[in-house]
Write a protein that binds this ligand. Structure first.
Ligand code: SF4
Length: 85
């Protein structure tokens, strides 16, 4: 971390990549247990994403979301028509 305050209204192109990545990981860790699926279900979902041709650098090309955020949500489902999870 550079010590700079995170820019909450910046575009990705304006952000420091490492800080942005870390802020995403921090967000994922911060989601409380009652608003996320179990770790077992989370890893099951991410397993499908890892083997999916629509995954690019952590982003789902079907919907543009970060799969590690999408897969956390209890009511979320795979963004493809095949509904892999
Ligand atoms: S959400 Fe579905 S379509 Fe997107 S990367 Fe994961 S498995 Fe693939």
């Amino acid at each position: 971390m550079s010590g700079r305050k995170p820019c909450v209204r910046c575009l990705i192109a304006e952000l420091d990549y490492d800080e942005y990545t870390q802020s995403l990981l921090d967000y994922i860790k911060s989601v409380p247990a009652d608003r996320r699926v179990s770790e077992e279900e989370y890893q099951r979902r991410l397993g499908f994403c890892r083997s999916c041709g629509r995954l690019l650098s952590g982003m789902c090309l079907e919907c543009g979301c970060y799969v590690e955020v999408r897969a956390l949500k209890p009511n979320a489902e795979c963004a493809s028509a095949e509904k892999r999870w």
